[in-house]
Ligand binder design. Structure first.
Ligand code: FRU
Length: 475
């Protein structure tokens, strides 16, 4: 089905409860329904939003169009968790509202303030002539999960920038509120605008664009700043970034900068390191980070990308989130360590048993080998090809089940030194996340197996120690 723009923006009330229930059943019954990753109850999921520790629980929402696998009228759909592993769907939705978000509640963040949670996000309005109005708005959530009835307008599109102005992250540092907002200059350059306020409800004053040192694409989405082990990590999505600046393979990249600190008044990072890829895989975008109550920092990403056709589109749903990843620093790089999903009591012998796509597998290699580790059978394979002479590992998902329609290739190649390596692979029904050497590199992607007799096969020039556990089903 092709969706007209009228259909994509039709009010939620124009759908019957029976239609929604039918979509939810199809999602729940899909062979690609994930076991321990956040996924949409129905329709399309994109960015993680409003991630915060509030009222003794973790709150996390996702961007959702509930009625199909398209980027239609967006809202936030909240879940909460005591431990970042077990999630409960909340009856808490941020839905389009007049006058600021009639055409979508876009991405944003949340900050606990006194005994309430302050939500700051982008209200999207489309005008009859095809134009766009982006307003940064706020709302309060109380401890009984009641939202204020009206969105509070906070920031309008500033002079010199286009209506591609969205995804505010609100922060509280040294008695001041700051907001980082993704933006595009009138001359089509990506920017991150920094605002300051004494109160979350404003007035918000523009300090200026963050000095990023160089031009970064035509638009920056989803800027997020976290304090990681005493340094500053700025994670963002520079759309259209020149591939000669930092190589990347996906349609749009998710990148980060590390710095010793940030000079808020000068809108400048102190001693920034060069720009780096946050994930070297196929489908990782719009990562949101939050500092927890003990200053620890956690990231979660959208595991899909804009403008790609996924096999679940035929079932009218799309997208999932990554595992939550705790961030640390090592040698000028971010280290990502996923939260641990509890193992199930079921026995699992990774050398002989079939995979059920709810396992964590560990491969210990004494040196960088040559050869292949393959998951699959005679018709479907997800493969990991090592080349010791090239010092590379290539992850190939071309035959890993139903095809993902994309112009961005079926393989990703990463550089590895010739020493020992550990691969930890989290497999779910339609996602994999590979954490190398304790999270020094991460390769995430979707895959869509259609057969259920996958096993592990190795063909390597050295021996490999393989261990694995089956995991509990969370969803
Ligand atoms: C990123 C993004 C954001 C926007 C949201 C809308 O994937 O385009 O910039 O707020 O999705 O769903």
């Amino acid at each position: 089905k092709t969706w007209t723009s009228k259909e994509r923006y039709a009010p939620y009330a124009s759908y019957s409860p029976a239609e929604l229930e039918c979509l939810q059943k199809r999602q729940a019954g899909s062979i690609w329904h994930l076991n321990y990753h956040i996924q949409p109850q129905s329709g399309l999921l994109n960015d993680p939003n409003g991630f915060a520790y509030f009222n003794q629980r973790w709150y996390l929402a996702y961007q959702n169009f509930p009625f199909g696998a398209v980027h239609g009228l967006k809202s936030w759909h909240y879940l909460s968790s005591p431990d970042l592993v077990h999630w409960r769907e909340e009856d808490l939705f941020l839905e389009p509202q007049s006058p600021y978000s009639t055409h979508g509640v876009y991405s944003g963040s949340a900050l606990p303030i006194d005994d309430q949670l302050f939500l700051m996000y982008t209200g999207n309005v489309r005008t009859p002539d095809g134009g766009r109005i982006s307003t940064q708005v706020g709302n309060w959530l109380d401890q009984d999960q009641h939202l204020g009835t009206q969105e509070i307008p906070l920031i309008k599109q500033p002079a010199g920038y286009t209506a591609n102005f969205r995804d505010p992250q609100i922060l509280f540092v040294d008695g001041q509120y700051y907001a980082l907002i993704g933006a595009q200059t009138q001359s089509q350059k990506g920017a991150i605008l920094l605002y300051q306020a004494a109160k979350p409800t404003g007035p918000w004053n523009l300090i200026g664009p963050l000095d990023l040192g160089e031009d970064l694409g035509f638009m920056i989405e989803c800027p997020n700043l976290a304090f990681v082990d005493g340094q500053v990590a700025l994670i963002f999505c520079p759309q259209g970034l020149d591939r000669t600046q930092v190589p990347y393979a996906n349609i749009y990249p998710n990148m980060y900068l590390l710095a010793d600190g940030i000079d808020w008044q000068q809108a400048k990072l102190i001693n920034p390191c060069p720009l780096q890829n946050f994930d070297e895989g196929f489908d990782c975008y719009a990562t949101q980070v939050v500092n927890g109550p003990h200053k620890e920092s956690y990231a979660i990403s959208w595991l899909s990308l804009p403008e790609i056709v996924y096999p679940t589109d035929q079932e009218d749903w799309q997208g999932c989130l990554s595992l939550v990843k705790q961030l640390h620093l090592q040698n000028g790089k971010l280290i990502q360590v996923p939260v641990t999903i509890p193992t199930s009591s079921e026995k699992f012998d990774p050398l002989h048993d079939k995979l059920r796509f709810n396992e964590v597998l560990t491969f210990d290699l004494k040196t960088l080998p040559t050869g292949t580790i393959t998951l699959g059978n005679s018709t479907e394979q997800l493969s990991f090809q090592f080349q010791a002479d090239q010092k590379t590992l290539t992850i190939d998902r071309q035959q890993a089940g139903q095809a993902i329609i994309s112009d961005y290739g079926d393989t990703r190649t990463i550089a590895l030194d010739s020493g020992a390596h550990q691969l930890k692979l989290w497999l779910d029904a339609s996602s994999f996340e590979l954490f190398l050497d304790g999270g020094q590199k991460v390769v995430s992607g979707r895959f869509f197996p259609t057969t259920n007799d996958w096993r592990i096969q190795t063909q390597l020039n050295i021996s490999v120690k393989i261990t694995g556990q089956r995991l509990q089903k969370i969803f």
